[in-house]
Design a protein around this ligand. Structure first.
Ligand code: SAM
Length: 267
């Protein structure tokens, strides 16, 4: 990873937590593994997903790793404040894991592959850590799946800046649609990928705030200065794009986005 496109600021930590809270049911109603499992969570960040999946699997043990020491510290504090005790944290790099081979029953990654220049290599490394018949679960977004009302060319251009910046950093903001071929290429079997669509209108105020405004639009705001400074967009178009994204969260506005959850088995 050249540079983590979203950065590690407090605003970004809050955004990840808002994202996780508003999406918890959609993404995690089935994030349940058999009791007594040892589960590796890779790229846990500030623990935004950990705080949902660990309590759902209270009789299993999690080892949650991230390359960022600072994020690990924040994740530890979050688990303490939530009274979650079945997680051990470790600062580590996916590509150099200080963990035994064939040790884990399950592996879980959320919003990590999109940032890596070599997602297949990462999965090959992780596959080694899985026991036979163990599973890997991947959750990723896909910015190409975004559409909204009122439609706006400027908003689409602003979103595309995120896609381009992620590409410049070696990642892929449209990776969700590729989970099946990636899992297949790496050699996982019994692959199952399900789209998880977020559709937001005024009848769901929690998602208007938690997803359209505080997760998605906040993400585009977060990369706006970098996109302008790299010449990907001019300031006026970016400002109009962001303002138009906020309009999709008002009155008659609507917003759609699709995440993808893929599961594969190591045979
Ligand atoms: C978008 S965040 C997702 C965090 C968390 N999974 C969530 O959904 O809120 C991506 C995380 O992957 C971590 N990461 C990126 N490359 C990594 C690597 N090579 N090894 C371990 N963690 C990595 C980053 O530090 C960051 O915390």
């Amino acid at each position: 990873m050249k540079k983590y496109v979203h950065g590690y600021s407090t605003i970004e930590a809050n955004r990840l937590n808002d994202q996780a809270d508003s999406l918890a049911d959609l993404l995690h109603h089935d994030s349940v593994w058999q009791e007594g499992s040892i589960i590796l969570e890779v790229g846990c960040g500030v623990g935004a997903q950990t705080k949902t999946i660990a309590p759902k699997n209270i009789k299993s043990k999690f080892i949650s790793i991230d390359i960022s020491e600072d994020s690990i510290c924040q994740a530890k504090k979050l688990m303490e404040s939530e009274g979650i005790e079945n997680v051990e944290f470790l600062q580590a790099d996916i590509f150099d894991l200080p963990l035994e081979d064939e040790y884990f029953d399950h592996i879980f990654l959320c919003f990590v592959l999109e940032h890596l220049p070599n997602p297949n290599t990462a999965l090959e490394k992780l596959m080694k850590k899985l026991k036979r018949n163990g599973t890997i679960t991947l959750i990723e977004g896909d910015h190409g799946s975004t559409y909204f009302h009122p439609d706006s060319l400027e908003a689409k251009k602003a979103i595309n800046c995120q896609v381009e910046l992620q590409k410049l950093n070696g990642g892929d903001a449209n990776i969700g649609r590729k989970l099946y071929p990636i899992l297949e290429k790496v050699g996982f079997q019994e692959i199952n990928v399900t789209p998880r669509q977020v559709y937001v209108d005024d009848s769901n105020p929690d998602w208007v705030e938690g997803f359209t405004k505080n997760t998605f639009t906040q993400m585009i705001k977060g990369i706006s200065e970098e996109a302008i400074s790299k010449g990907l967009i001019d300031r006026r178009t970016m400002a109009k794009g962001i303002s138009d994204l906020y309009k999709t969260a008002e009155g008659e506005g609507t917003f759609c986005y699709t995440f993808f959850k893929g599961i594969g088995v190591k045979k």
